[in-house]
Unconditional design. Structure first.
Length: 475
């Protein structure tokens, strides 16, 4: 089937789905499971409050975000099947056979609840569609390359683990008020990133309350920025060119959600995220505990999991592996190529952290996330080497991630918080490029028809204002 027909059927399917969502919308609104849940729009984000048992939280999530989940599902399905050259039934089978058996009962109930919720709102997806959607970061970029090697097929496309995001965490004398400051911008395809604009306020029956950004239909943040009611402050960036998968491990999307929900200390977070590590979505985790002022940096490989921690210092992260053993044994990454996006951004992080010692606060963090300095070319220009990434304007792309020239991807939103805000279960966030620039899909596709396969679902990504969110917020 040619790409044009695929694109038209994609769009037609989405329009039919959204029409059925509209007609089913009022039919289940009196459901008692929805009484404590609500949603509203602010600053380009959709804020959703979810509360109760795992199945209730899932049902609320699926029902309240049904239109967004239907739309996000089509975008991920289009992207993953195109990139991996495997059909959606492959992803459903992987969800059923590889992921589902290793998911804790609590999160199986929540995932089933999401499927029940979307169905009650007129969206025809089942639990394995939802599980496959939750695995969109780890299955195509970690499991599929591992499987391709197992099958030794020359026909398989070359796939590399991505390295998306820029982040830092700092504490002690490095920050203005000697408290923790953490910030993160999410780098991904614009196809996914323009939909990555949900703020989840989750009050589960067990564990800690959570405030995190997230993606429709996914039980964890997935670009991983959040705070919990025990004072934990977390984010991460992906380890570039990581290779490894344990078919008997637990899905990363479940472990990261469980860690944020149940961790009360840095040690708790490290223990939970490592338990049953499957190697999927291998990240460098930046972890803070506002109760103690201590911060940690966990490099979560499959074979190696070094942890650094301090009460007076900082950690920066931009998709580079820090530990020599991780680099040598678990990646194909070249740490000495100063022209690469991860290394250029690392150099820029170190530069601005040194310049800003003793002055760093949330306002300054917002500026860092908006930074356009290319440390390799030593000038200011929005491109793939800037902390606020714009790969869509780069003739180089990012070879380490197999992103071709002018790939429509980069920094798609930003978040920041400090210990005082985290104490109030709060953070500030900006939808779209943290620098405030807009991405206009029609203009881009006119100049880059090679990405026209995304046309049915690629939208404008307009930057919103920096907006403060807090748990329990009502609008």
């Amino acid at each position: 089937m040619n790409k044009r027909i695929v694109g038209i059927s994609c769009l037609a399917g989405l329009l039919l789905t959204l029409a059925s969502v509209a007609t089913a919308g009022s039919q289940a609104s009196s459901d008692p499971r929805l009484q404590k849940a609500y949603r509203f729009q602010q600053g380009g984000w959709t804020y959703v409050h979810l509360e109760g048992s795992p199945s209730d939280i899932g049902f609320q999530h699926g029902y309240l975000l049904a239109p967004e989940i239907a739309d996000a599902f089509e975008a991920i399905k289009l992207f993953d099947t195109h990139q991996s050259q495997r059909d959606w039934e492959f992803y459903r089978t992987t969800a059923r056979q590889m992921l589902w058996p290793h998911i804790d009962a609590e999160y199986q109930q929540e995932l089933q609840g999401i499927a029940d919720g979307v169905k009650a709102h007129g969206v025809d997806l089942d639990v394995y569609d939802i599980v496959a959607l939750n695995g969109f970061e780890e299955v195509p970029d970690y499991y599929v390359p591992w499987l391709n090697k197992q099958q030794k097929s020359a026909k398989n496309p070359k796939l590399a683990a991505p390295g998306n995001c820029s982040a830092f965490i700092a504490t002690g004398s490095v920050t203005k008020d000697h408290q923790i400051v953490v910030a993160h911008n999410n780098w991904t395809s614009y196809l996914a990133g323009e939909r990555w604009v949900i703020v989840f306020d989750i009050q589960p029956k067990r564990g800690n309350r959570i405030l995190m950004d997230g993606f429709p239909g996914v039980i964890t943040s997935d670009d991983d920025f959040g705070v919990n009611s025990a004072g934990m402050m977390i984010t991460e960036t992906t380890i570039t060119q990581f290779e490894g998968w344990d078919p008997n491990g637990k899905p990363e999307f479940m472990r990261s959600r469980k860690a944020l929900q149940y961790a009360n200390t840095i040690d708790d977070y490290v223990r939970i995220i490592k338990e049953g590590n499957n190697g999927g979505y291998a990240n460098d985790w930046l972890i803070g505990d506002r109760k103690t002022g201590e911060i940690g940096y966990l490099e979560l490989g499959l074979k190696n999991t070094p942890l650094w921690r301090t009460k007076d210092g900082y950690f920066v992260s931009s998709n580079f592996a820090r530990d020599p053993k991780v680099i040598k044994e678990e990646t194909t990454f070249d740490p000495n190529d100063t022209s690469s996006s991860p290394n250029a951004r690392r150099a820029r992080w170190e530069e601005i952290m040194q310049q800003s010692k003793g002055k760093i606060d949330v306002n300054m963090a917002e500026q860092f996330l908006s930074d356009h300095v290319d440390s390799f070319e030593k000038k200011e220009q929005a491109d793939e080497r800037a902390l606020c990434g714009h790969v869509d304007v780069s003739p180089r792309g990012v070879k380490e991630w197999d992103w071709d020239a002018y790939n429509p991807g980069g920094a798609v939103q930003g978040k920041a918080t400090d210990s005082a805000m985290a104490a109030k279960m709060s953070f500030v966030a900006r939808a779209g490029h943290p620098c405030g620039a807009d991405f206009l899909a029609a203009d881009f596709l006119e100049h880059h028809p090679e990405y026209s396969w995304q046309k049915p679902l690629l939208r404008d990504m307009k930057a919103g204002p920096w907006t403060v969110f807090a748990s329990g917020q009502k609008e």
